[in-house]
Write a protein of this length. Sequence first.
Lengths: 105, 105
Amino acid sequence: MNTQFKKGVLELIVLLSVAKKDIYGYELVAQVCKIIDVNEGTIYPLLKRLTNEGYFETYLVESTEGPPRKYYHITVLGKERTEELKSSWITFAASVNKFIEEENL
Amino acid sequence: MNTQFKKGVLELIVLLSVAKKDIYGYELVAQVCKIIDVNEGTIYPLLKRLTNEGYFETYLVESTEGPPRKYYHITVLGKERTEELKSSWITFAASVNKFIEEENL
DNA sequence: ATAACTACTTGGCATTGTCAAGTACTGATA
DNA sequence: TATCAGTACTTGACAATGCCAAGTAGTTAT
């Protein structure tokens, strides 16, 4: 999988995942990996960044299976950002796909 | 347009464009801009990189409208790289789109 | 007590795109 | 003929984001 393709898209995937339900980092890593192979060291800093930018809020929940989990919850600002990024991706991907298909003629 | 989305994709667009026909930098910039808004300062270094990596060969052609044009011609290696990147993109974009649609349910 | 699994953190690095400024050639215009 | 617009290419400093690797720590089972 081309690393470069992931740039920016990972942010969208993470926003969409957290928008769907509150989730903690480790679970999110596992979930995102089902779609795009990705590293822990990529997701955690991304979560921190998106929290700093006001898209997420966090809270801790004790766990019986290890250290406490930091849950991420999306904010109103986060929802706006999600829609923005999503439509931007859809437009982008469509125009790239159109170009690829035209080239095949 | 999200800058990050372009990462890696620009390489594919440029490869496909040169594969279609020999083209010089300035014309390529104009053509790529129709699909994705992009900077001269992005395209020229990319052309240089792809040439160094053996995907393109170049030759100069005099012009009556300005300085000589450096044409780019795709190599066999370049064609292989194009196919590789193209199928990688198609897989990637499809799986991201699938995820986005699922999230909408 | 040691290993395995869960969970999060961090620092250095690589890649690729942007911005801005610069060089240089041609043709038209004032 | 000086200057400007258009064509064409180059380059250096910079920003953003993902990767790798190593580290910290809690819980449970052997």
